[in-house]
Design a protein around this ligand. Sequence first.
Ligand SMILES: NC(=O)c1ccc[n+]([C@@H]2O[C@H](COP(=O)([O-])OP(=O)(O)OC[C@H]3O[C@@H](n4cnc5c(N)ncnc54)[C@H](OP(=O)(O)O)[C@@H]3O)[C@@H](O)[C@H]2O)c1
Length: 431
Amino acid sequence: MIIKQLNIGIIGLGTVGTGVIETLEQKTKILKKKYNLNINILGISAKNKNKKRGFNIKKYNWYDNPLDIIEIPNINIIVELIGGSSGLALKIAKKTLTKKKHLITANKALLAVYGKQLSKTAKKNDVNICYEAAVAGAIPIINILENRMLSENITNICGILNGTCNYILSKMDEENLNFETALKNAQNEGFAESNPFDDISGNDSAYKLVILTNLIFSSNFKIKDVYIEGITRVSNIDLEMANKLGYKILLLGISNIKNKVIQLRVHPCLVSQSSLLAKVKNELNAVITDGDMSGKNFFIGKGAGKKPTAASIISDIISFDNSKKRKLSNTMEKEATFKKANMLERKGKFYLRMAVLDKPGVLADITSYFKKKKISISSMFQLENKISGYVQLIFVTHNILEKQLILTIKKIEKIDKVKTKVNLIRIENNL
Ligand SMILES: NC(=O)c1ccc[n+]([C@@H]2O[C@H](COP(=O)([O-])OP(=O)(O)OC[C@H]3O[C@@H](n4cnc5c(N)ncnc54)[C@H](OP(=O)(O)O)[C@@H]3O)[C@@H](O)[C@H]2O)c1
């Protein structure tokens, strides 16, 4: 029996790169037996050769310049695990494809920004880009979508796409930790980056949402097309109030299509406690797809970390088959044109919290604006305890056009007895 030889180079030996090498070392025999496959690591590279790693770098050929690995003549695949939406990661990706080598990457930022350009280069050079690890860590959502799209139209996709934010919101909710402590714990546990900006700002979820959307709709949306709100405005009071109202607060990425108009949004949402998504805790990720044949499907799994992410990279390596074109290349070429929905035109229910002076008439002033704009309120209550000397008022609206509500909020914020900006969180029913 002929053993298939796959010659790979690994650039980036941090959390994921180390996980890939450690796993390949542990599973060499199984891979040979199960898949008739030898995976040979012909070159490795990172920034600092002297850094202590979880494996012995002396067993491999080290390259000071990562770009030199791509020049190794019999190399088939380059695995890019450096990160970053441009710079070296982009150089590696471009050179890999133009040298007619296949690219495997976990780099969602790069794909969300340069996905189309890279897919054109891949197609021109008849090579593939695999990126299972770039979205939702261990959940094989890219593979599932690629296969499922052969038989049905996916019309909606929605998910918890950032484990750090889900961990922070879970800990704030269940252990009553404040945001800063929950974030610090996430960093100590290794879920959050030392610079967590992309996580908590919602950008990381938006990268993944763009990748999923462009895959399922054959579109070419960019980060700028996504409405993005992070989790920094969600407070412990909001989580407590959400519980009282029968909801959980989650950061969701949502993409859906109606009449060739696509809504792309990442923001905190109130989701019914009875929904499956509300049960997804801590660093877990989840994705719900909605197809015209199968209806709703729900996928859950570890969204990040050394082993879960390495598992997706290795599944890309072992399922590598030169004759199979990946969708990143396929879909972009027959790019479909869609309109991007305007958030202000979206109808929905909303949770509103505002801090006001404890003075007679304040409630009447606020509700008079709701009345004027025909915004009907399904529940309203006042927190027993004041915070920083102010009374906290909570309102939940019935369905309303977002534009109408935003205009009303602007008026309410001008009332002198209203002391903070109104904290608005969208309510997502039907999940
Ligand atoms: N961590 C996760 O759970 C996870 C999950 C899904 C996707 N991803 C994606 O996977 C990729 C890697 O993430 P990671 O967590 O493994 O990152 P990381 O731990 O920060 O590792 C980055 C690696 O890149 C190397 N590197 C950085 N700049 C370099 C340069 N100029 N030249 C050569 N090497 C350079 C670093 O070298 P040194 O080691 O020498 O500093 C390090 O080995 C990113 O795109 C990330 O978004 C990560």
